[in-house]
Design a protein around this ligand. Structure first.
Ligand SMILES: Cc1cc2nc3c(=O)[nH]c(=O)nc-3n(C[C@H](O)[C@H](O)[C@H](O)COP(=O)(O)OP(=O)(O)OC[C@H]3O[C@@H](n4cnc5c(N)ncnc54)[C@H](O)[C@@H]3O)c2cc1C
Length: 667
């Protein structure tokens, strides 16, 4: 085991990034024209990086498996993006955003990175507004804000429930400008299947053209991985169906350490699972917790009657409802962080108070908000003694303006009108805080190989606060990587074009072709989804919201068994040289089957509870996560040595100089 060097600059935290930028090596404009950079992934992280690097003058080759960058999973982001602008004059500052994020992550993130993130957050909003992103505005025309979990200020900028879509369109426009100038060469429908190292440095990738099946070699002076998170290791998640870990896992196998794989976010407000044949879960944005109140029946007999369909939630009197988040966490109420809210929902449902047929749902109720907004509107409109119906109608119009598309989505999926009856929600896998380990420069343990956005282990520690992923992805792409990558590339100005005609490219290409041929030629009996579902079930039941030593050990063995069976009996229909989604899935599930094991191993090794990683053995008397700062205040970074079971643990010891390490409390 080695201790990792995070390359955090010296000096006070407030000066680190400024001093870094003032002293970093630069590449002159003429030399940038001779340098190629590969960016894999064009969601918000990769798209913003590709556009910014091309704007600087580098030659960028960008890759995405969808038919357009506009279809990246980032487009699904609903609720908003954080920035410490303090437009609400409610006491926000860079320090407060930094503090909230470190505390929200249960003190398992790197202080210097998080401070930098807070520092550049305001510039992201300016950049996006300049691109024309239509953020919501208040009646005076200024940008509006709302709150997300784990904070006491309103710092979330939003565009209805479609913030990711609008940000991605802005980013895509910036990319398109560079595509038109020839500075970005865009490879849509291309999947990176391996990274190629030459003399220890990342010098290219092997990609498959997903339409023709052709295997291609691409070289560059540096490679940036921006391929998103691995939540689909659970099979069911709120992620896009195609979201996968392949690029991150492949670079891990080529020497990039994988950090905190067990740190996953289970989001509390998702539409509950409806049956065994479901392949996707849907998020109801956390922004809804600004106005929705979460509750279950206070009496078990009422819960049973609701589960059996004999009682309607609207028939339950106020005193018969348990607003358990408001009861347990009076200071933050319904806006506690996601890990806390998810566990509290699970606790109530496990105790028998769930509100759907399976007992795995709680209510998210807007009735109080309809009345509150409606009364205010009635006053504004000068209505004297308005009836309750009028008040509710006025209130519903305000809620519709704020979250209309989410209500519509809910009604389409559940076939119940959430304006009339409370929504039902339950926790689901949503985001992965773990990922490829990077230093302060966002460089992995492989020289010249960078990782940004959700794909890296990121700035969120053991739990991400809502609306912070978009902030981090865009901070990485627009404002951090464009500086840090130059520092590395300054040594490459005399290297010249990298040839793809080398033994390193030959070997990587050969291995990929062999694996693809294996899938097509294996006369197996089970579909790829059969294995993916099996893996997902083990992950959810034994490596999910609550974990313990016994289950984790069982999970490791079960995943190994599923993997062995997969390589014997998987059946992949179709051909190599055609559009073959089953073949794409096979490669991705093969990687999930390895990552899943490392994930469980990491969870087993971390003998503490922190954030989204909840070990049942480490709990406070009142049921909260019990951290062990003495022994576990580190990032675990795993080195691949041939098998997940043989991965070697390296530690990045976390230092808390600007924030006092203390028990996280939202009471
Ligand atoms: C439903 C939902 C709602 C959310 N809402 C919010 C929100 O309101 N606020 C917030 O801050 N966060 C939110 N998040 C989280 C946030 O959306 C993501 O963390 C973020 O968008 C990830 O961006 P990214 O650029 O890192 O990756 P992605 O957007 O996932 O992009 C990945 C890119 O990599 C490409 N790719 C992947 N693998 C390969 C490969 N092997 N070869 C080539 N290309 C590849 C894809 O084609 C794509 O272009 C939400 C997440 C979900 C699931």
């Amino acid at each position: 085991m080695t201790t990792l060097n995070s390359r955090v600059p010296e000096g006070p935290i407030k000066d680190k990034w400024t001093t870094y930028k003032e002293n970093v090596n630069l590449v002159n404009p003429a030399n940038k024209r001779n340098i190629d950079i590969i960016v894999v992934g064009t969601g918000l992280a990769g798209g913003s990086a590709a556009a910014s690097l091309a704007e600087l003058g580098y030659n960028v080759k960008a890759f995405a498996y969808q038919d357009s960058p506009r279809r990246a999973h980032s487009i699904a982001a609903q609720g908003g993006i954080n920035a410490a602008k303090n437009y609400q004059n409610d006491g926000d500052s860079n320090y407060r955003l930094f503090y909230d994020t470190v505390k929200g992550g249960d003190y398992r993130s790197r202080e210097a990175n998080v401070f930098r993130l807070a520092e550049v957050s305001g510039a992201i909003i300016d950049q996006c507004v300049a691109q024309g992103v239509p953020f919501a505005r208040d009646y005076g025309g200024l940008l509006d804000n709302r709150s997300f979990g784990g904070v006491l200020v309103s710092r979330t900028f939003y565009a209805k429930g479609q913030t990711g879509q609008q940000l991605l369109l802005g980013c895509y426009a910036a990319m398109n400008r560079q595509i038109a100038r020839g500075k970005i060469e865009m490879f849509n429908r291309h999947e990176m299947l391996d990274v190629v190292k030459v003399d220890g440095k990342a010098r290219g990738i092997i990609a498959r053209d997903l339409v023709t099946g052709e295997i291609e070699r691409h070289s560059a002076h540096a490679v940036v991985i921006a391929t998103g998170g691995y939540g689909n290791v659970y099979f069911l998640s709120t992620n896009a169906m195609g979201s996968n870990a392949t690029a991150a896992w492949k670079v891990h196998k080529k020497g990039a350490y994988f950090a905190n794989p067990c740190m996953t976010q289970i989001h509390p407000t998702c539409i509950p699972r409806s049956g065994d044949y479901q392949s996707k879960l849907t998020l109801m944005s956390e922004s809804l917790r600004n106005d929705g109140r979460i509750w279950v029946p206070a009496k078990i007999e009422d819960a049973k009657a609701i589960q059996e369909g004999k009682l309607k939630p609207t028939a339950l009197a106020e005193e018969d409802r348990d607003y358990y988040l408001e009861r347990r966490y009076p200071a933050y109420g319904n806006l506690v962080p996601r890990d806390v809210a998810s566990r509290a929902a699970k606790e109530r449902c496990d105790a028998g108070y769930g509100v759907n047929a399976t007992g795995e749902a709680v209510y998210l109720d807007f009735a109080a908000a309809f009345e509150r907004y409606g009364s205010e509107q009635a006053k504004i409109k000068g209505l004297e003694n308005p009836s309750k119906e009028v008040i509710i109608e006025l209130g519903q119009a305000i809620i519709e303006g704020k979250y209309g598309n989410l209500f519509q989505m809910y009604e389409k999926i559940i076939a119940e009108n959430p304006y009339e009856t409370p929504m039902m929600i339950y926790p689901a896998t949503h985001y992965t805080m773990g990922g490829v380990w990077v230093d302060y420069n966002l460089m992995t343990t492989v020289p010249g190989l960078y990782c940004i956005g959700e794909a890296n282990f990121s700035d969120h520690g053991a739990n991400r606060l809502g609306a912070s992923a978009l902030m981090q992805g865009l901070a990485d792409g627009y404002f951090v990587l464009p500086y840090t990558i130059g520092d590395y590339l300054a040594d490459d100005i005399r290297t010249g074009a990298i040839s793809t005609d080398s033994k390193e490219f030959d070997t990587a290409e050969k291995e990929i072709k062999e694996k693809l041929e294996f899938f097509i030629n294996n006369e197996g009996t089970h579909s790829v989804d059969y294995y993916h579902k099996k893996l997902g079930l083990v992950m959810w039941n034994k490596v999910g919201m609550a974990r313990n030593e016994k289950h984790l050990k069982e999970a490791i063995k079960e995943i190994q068994d599923i993997r062995e069976d997969f390589w014997k009996n998987v059946k992949v229909p179709g051909d190599l040289n055609e559009l073959n989604p089953e073949l794409e899935k096979a490669g991705r599930v093969a990687d999930f089957l390895e990552l899943g094991e490392l994930f469980a191993k990491d969870a087993l090794e971390r003998n503490e509870s922190c954030g989204g990683h909840f070990r049942e053995e480490y709990v406070t008397e009142d049921g909260e996560a019990l951290r062990d700062d003495k022994n576990f205040a580190y990032v675990s970074a795993w080195e691949y040595t041939g098998k997940p079971s043989e991965a070697i643990l390296h530690k990045e010891q976390l230092e808390f100089k600007d924030i006092e390490l203390k028990t996280r409390s939202y009471k």
